[in-house]
Ligand binder design. Structure first.
Ligand code: KIV
Ligand code: ZN
Length: 381
């Protein structure tokens, strides 16, 4: 049976932690409204304990953005949990999200506590958060490097304590898809109360695997994916929201799942986030890059002009992109040249085309890309 995958957007929290991406409160609010138009299920609006400015930005988002669940991040300590609650409580649907390490590396070198002490700290924090808010998410930081049996024990204990969502992060981007999918299946098999909470993943991109790991988790039964617009996030970033969403949509029969994202808002959202963070999107970025629907070689241009589906697996309109573009270079053939000339209003006979194509190739060898001005010059020259 097909199931819904919840999209938890962390552009305004983990994404904003990208070096160079910090946002003002009004920029965060503008993006949060766009995320609501995009149809995300959850907006993680910030880390309120980090600064008064971020606290206020989360309050404003909670007050004004309708539709998605509004959450924010806390460490598993009362003062952070209070700061989250005081900022998200204005939302139609507030959630407290807390994080605590589960790996021995973090226990030893970050917290200097035993596994048992950390488990108890997590359980107490969840119990406390549940006295404030009916929706509490618990993240087992560094889950991919955690001892499996201990991870199962933590997940069971925090669900018993009242966690409604359990998020399994690959905090350092260490996992690989088959292994990550297996971990999700193992959690579903080995944690007796797992069906009492939503099972979520949060993958980082240190080895370029964040989207592949997230989708492997979906295939294995994860119900929520945490991701960020344009793949923003700490270091190499988080799973890119647009890639996760289109992966599920385009290969829906494989995943047997869907999201409620309004995919025609993907490019407008990407452009807004890029403009406000000042972080450019690579031209060749999947889904939202400028080249995502640009065809440059003669073979591909001929194919796509005969039938779009020869070389495009979804349409530009599906993701709110401008359209298919035929880029004229020295690799372009007669068909593409004729198409571009005709779209500029010229009539081109088969005899003309032979001779125009020869002159076009000389021009294209001299320039990297032949643009509309060059084509007008070609026709008058
Ligand atoms: O990467 C991580 O582990 C996080 C958690 C707060 C979910 O960002
Ligand atoms: Zn993260």
């Amino acid at each position: 049976m097909e199931r819904k995958v919840f999209i938890f957007d962390t552009t305004l929290r983990d994404g904003e932690q990208s070096p160079g991406a910090s946002l003002t409160a009004s920029e965060k609010i503008e993006i949060a409204h766009q995320l609501a138009r995009l149809g995300v299920d959850v907006i993680e609006a910030g880390f309120p304990a980090s600064s008064p400015g971020d606290f206020n930005a989360v309050c404003e988002i909670a007050k004004s953005v309708k539709g998605p669940v509004i959450t924010a991040l806390a460490r598993a300590v009362r003062s952070d949990i209070d700061a989250v609650w005081e900022s998200v409580r204005y939302a139609e649907r507030p959630r407290i999200h807390m994080v605590l390490g589960s790996s021995d590396i973090h226990a030893r070198s970050k917290f200097r506590r035993s596994r048992e002490e950390l488990l108890e700290m997590g359980v107490q924090a969840v119990r406390y958060a549940r006295t404030l808010c009916p929706d509490v998410e618990y993240s087992t930081e560094d889950a991919s490097r955690s001892n499996r049996q201990y991870l199962f024990q933590v997940v069971e204990a925090v669900i018993d304590a009242g966690a409604t969502v359990v998020n399994i992060p690959d905090t350092v981007g260490w996992s690989v898809p088959a292994q990550w999918g297996r971990l999700i299946s193992d959690l579903r098999r080995n944690v007796p109360n797992i069906d009492k909470a939503i099972l979520s993943v949060h993958c980082h991109n240190d080895l370029g695997m964040a989207v592949a790991n997230s989708l492997a988790a979906v295939k294995a039964g994860a119900q929520q994916v945490e991701c960020a617009v344009n793949g923003l996030g700490e270091r190499a970033g988080n799973a890119s929201l647009e890639e996760v969403v289109m992966g599920i949509k385009v290969r829906q029969p494989y995943y047997r799942a869907h999201t409620d994202i309004v995919t025609s808002e993907l490019c407008p959202t990407s452009q807004m986030v890029s403009r406000l963070t000042g972080l450019a999107v690579a031209r060749n970025k999947a889904i939202v890059g400028d080249n995502a629907f640009a065809h440059s070689s003669g073979i591909h241009q001929d194919g796509v002009l005969k039938s779009r589906d020869n070389y495009e697996i979804f349409s530009p309109e599906d993701v709110g992109a401008n359209g298919t573009t035929i880029v004229l270079t020295a690799r372009s053939g007669r068909h593409a040249l004729k198409y571009r000339l005709e779209s500029l209003g010229y009539r081109v006979t088969t005899d003309d085309l032979e001779h125009l194509h020869t002159r076009f190739l000389h021009m294209a060898d001299a320039k990297k890309v032949v643009d509309d001005h060059d084509l007008h010059a070609l026709m008058v020259g």
